[in-house]
Write a protein that binds this ligand. Structure first.
Ligand code: PEP
Ligand code: MG
Length: 587
């Protein structure tokens, strides 16, 4: 039953902006799964039926992928590629076919059980990242189920600018929004890094996800406001509220267009000092977009995303092919390959589960205990480097010994490749500074590394003892805490003293309030998500580095994150206040 008066619900802000319009509903909850056994003579045709549905599903997603424009491809194409890969994945396709053969059950049932089995460990892993990968598996399964049953997915016809309210969208459903008149999006499930959120950001459609109970709260045709800054969704608002939201919506659109129009402006601060904004990528397909955007390079390639939808490590040759593609697409721009950051809140590992994964066998630790596995990746990166410019970076280094051991393995791989006569290039070797011990020992690490890149997501987590994936303590993860700033300062000084490269690739580099202090502490090479580049460049262009240095000095002497924030606001509100306001920051 739907309420009749104004109702405001809250969810997770997933794509900035404000949208106003009547509601269109799409209920995409899991459909029915017929269950029955099959006779031995029916097994072959049942397997055939499943394979045909998988192929039809694959072709449909392929067609959607071919139809999306370049702008949307940036954040969205790679997700569709991952879903296409899942259609070829043995774990899904062969396992479901085997279930029909061995269990003598119908295709829909075999598919459902296989999907549930693949999802279970991802859901149990608990972190947002894994839950979203579980949602990907579910979407692919659901897509194939609809083909098996001959159901068509239908987005209702949308003739006027509207707000779509849905349980969730599969990537193929969502991609159909591209040429529709949907101006705002609300989903009952999903997180800020899920594919629906990525698509909404790519298309610049304001979106709020994870709005519990939304499907029961509204009917099609009723007016709604979506606030993609605050995460508030209002149904049946009054006329005055609608008027305010509409003018806010058009102001934000003008703002985003203005940022884009400054694409060719030089990257120098207000007092004329150069800075660089590189791009972070997760999937190989993003490399072309970085090149198209003319970013100076990839400052963080999260290679562990190669595991998306699979459990087995890709072998050296497969990695060489993928990495070579990335390097050659971007050449002569450099690509910083971060070696696998598996474990912790990241992707599955072959290591036994542990009680405290963030402090367990994660990242470089995992690579070092399995040298064969590590060598495969390092050799692939060195081989790919021959196609252009690459650098190698180790995640979560916490001691000098780890750096030495990892470097020694790289040297050994290079010597082996040379002896074998395989084409490769030696590459600069750096590490992420994302554990407090690494920042404290930065002077010693700097003497044996070619560059540092600071991962503030983990550095904040480990410095303030705040789980980065736990929404209940997210408010304690303050990147402006003086404890974090002091570690950033030590790191920057050590890099400067040893004349090695320094960059920041964690999310603090795209925080428009924190950026002046980041610049003031000496970080003039930033690496951020492609979609964040226009804003980050604009903020940095408006900051006087001299003033930022002064504020950084004061911030280091402050006692709390709130004091640092107040310092930044009073020093930069006149230069950055309009940008902050447009980003919904209350300053
Ligand atoms: C970080 O920790 O800041 C970082 C960039 O790495 P990731 O987010 O992949 O852990
Ligand atoms: Mg990290």
């Amino acid at each position: 039953m739907t309420a009749s008066g104004r109702i405001a619900l809250r969810g997770i802000p997933a794509s900035h902006g404000v949208a106003v319009g009547p509601v269109v509903m799409l209920d995409r909850r899991r459909g029915p799964v017929p269950r029955h056994s099959v006779e031995p003579h029916e097994v072959a045709s049942e397997v055939q039926r499943l394979r045909a549905a998988i192929e039809a599903s694959r072709q449909e997603i392929e067609a959607v992928r071919a139809s999306i424009g370049e702008a949307a491809y940036s954040d969205y194409g790679p997700i569709l590629e991952a879903h296409l890969l899942m259609h070829r994945d043995d774990l899904l396709v062969d396992a479901a076919c085997r279930r029909i053969e061995h269990g003598r059950i119908n295709a829909e049932w075999a598919l459902r059980r296989t999907v549930d089995e693949l999802k279970a460990p991802l859901e149990q892993a608990g972190s947002g990242y894994f839950r979203e990968r579980a949602a990907d598996v579910e979407h692919v399964g659901e897509h194939i189920r609809r083909h098996l049953l001959g159901e068509r997915s239908v987005l209702p016809p949308v003739d006027a600018p509207s707000i779509l309210v849905a349980s969730d969208l599969s990537p193929a459903d969502a991609a159909r929004l591209l040429r529709s008149k949907i101006r705002g999006l609300v989903t009952a499930t999903g997180g800020a890094t899920g594919h629906t959120a990525l698509l909404a950001r790519a298309l610049e459609i304001p979106a709020v996800v994870g709005v519990v109970g939304v499907l029961a709260a509204v009917d099609a045709g009723e007016p709604a406001i979506v606030d993609g800054f605050s995460g508030e969704v209002v149904f049946r608002p009054d006329a005055e509220e609608v008027g305010r939201a509409a003018s806010r919506a058009s102001r934000h659109m003008t703002f985003v267009r203005g940022l884009r129009a400054r694409h060719d402006s030089p990257d120098v601060t207000a007092d004329g000092l150069p800075f660089e904004v590189w791009a972070n990528i997760e999937l190989p397909a993003e490399a072309a977009l970085v090149a198209h955007d003319q970013a100076p390079g990839v400052g963080l390639y999260r290679t562990e995303f190669l595991y998306l939808g699979r459990e087995e490590a890709p072998d050296e040759d497969e990695q060489t092919r993928v990495y070579t593609d990335v390097v050659s697409v971007l050449a002569p721009r450099p690509v910083v390959f971060r070696t696998f950051d598996l474990g912790g809140d990241k992707l599955p590992t072959h290591a036994a589960p542990c009680a405290n994964p963030a402090l367990g066998l994660r990242a470089i630790r995992l690579s070092l205990v399995d040298p064969e596995f590590f060598r495969g990746q390092v050799r692939a990166i060195l081989r790919a480097a021959a196609a252009g410019s690459a650098k190698l970076m180790f995640p979560l280094v916490s001691t000098l010994t780890e750096l030495r051991d990892a470097r020694a393995l790289v040297d050994q791989c290079a010597d082996d490749l040379e002896r074998e006569g395989v084409a490769f290039s030696r590459v600069p070797i750096g590490l992420m500074i994302e554990v407090p011990s690494a920042a404290l020992m930065a002077h010693a690490l700097a003497a044996e590394a070619d560059f540092f890149s600071v991962g503030t997501n983990d550095l904040v987590q480990y410095t303030l003892a705040v789980d980065r994936g736990d929404a209940r303590v997210a408010g304690l993860a303050r990147n402006l805490d003086p404890a974090v700033l002091r570690l950033l300062d030590m790191t920057a000084r050590a890099a400067d003293g040893a004349s090695i490269g320094l960059s920041m690739c964690g999310d603090m580099a795209s925080d428009p309030v924190a950026l002046p202090v980041v610049l003031g502490l000496g970080y003039r090479r930033l690496s951020v998500a492609l979609s964040a580049r226009p804003l980050v460049r604009e903020v940095a262009r408006r900051v006087s580095l001299e003033r930022a240095r002064g504020v950084a000095e004061e911030a280091l002497a402050a006692g709390t994150a709130e004091e640092v924030r107040a310092l930044l606001i009073s020093a930069f509100a006149s230069d950055l206040g309009d940008l902050w306001r447009e980003e919904g920051i209350d300053a």
